[in-house]
Design a protein around this ligand. Structure first.
Ligand code: FMN
Length: 173
């Protein structure tokens, strides 16, 4: 059993989340490989898939939506989980309710091609040098703070769900 933990990452935080998921799967006895979704050699060479992307403009990056669309028939026959890395945890005050509203929008395009077993929405890293000038102005106007918002316990819990589904613990129903 080998799982592809594939990612699309602009500044590295999604890649690191993918690496954490793969490491956790391995700890749970599930073989896993990470690869950038624009550099997967043999897309069909895996038994299951955990696919994730950084979120830009409330959507997955093009290499991630492209991978899912290109391989939709292959993926339809195998277990798939997805995760998105945005910045819901950075939202504060009146902007907080936006977090729940964003998830359906972020996954809309992907869910047209896939029926994943689960989706996790994580928060990543927001740094001023990642945002274009207008983006920085909006961020400041919203009163948000830069930082590393990754919740590694939530990432581990997601990986555990995948591992449990693929390799149920001995004696469990
Ligand atoms: C240009 C740009 C646009 C972004 N747009 C969104 C967005 O629409 N929604 C969101 O939740 N996060 C958004 N983010 C935050 C990123 O998704 C977040 O910083 C994530 O950790 C980036 O992952 P990466 O380090 O793998 O690139 C945006 C970040 C950048 C740089």
């Amino acid at each position: 059993m080998t799982v592809l933990v594939g990612y699309a990452s602009a500044h590295g935080s999604t890649r690191e989340i993918a690496e954490r998921i793969a490491a956790r799967l391995a700890e749970r006895g599930v073989g896993a490989e990470t690869a950038s979704l624009d550099a997967v050699g043999d897309a069909g060479g895996y038994d299951a898939y955990v696919l994730g992307s950084a979120v830009h403009g409330m959507a997955w990056l093009p290499e991630a939506t492209g991978f899912v669309h290109t391989h939709r028939e292959l993926l339809a026959g195998r277990p798939v989980w997805i995760f998105s890395v945005g910045m819901p945890a950075a939202l504060r005050g009146p902007w907080k309710p936006m977090a729940a509203k964003e998830e359906p929008k972020v996954t809309e395009e992907v869910l047209a091609d896939l029926s994943p077993r689960g989706h996790a929405m994580f928060s990543g890293v927001v740094a001023p040098e990642h945002l274009p000038g207008p983006g920085r102005a909006v961020f400041r106007a919203m009163g948000l703070r830069y930082g590393d918002y990754r919740d590694w316990e939530a990432v581990d819990a997601f990986a555990d769900t995948v591992a449990h589904s693929l390799r149920p613990a001995p004696g469990s129903p």
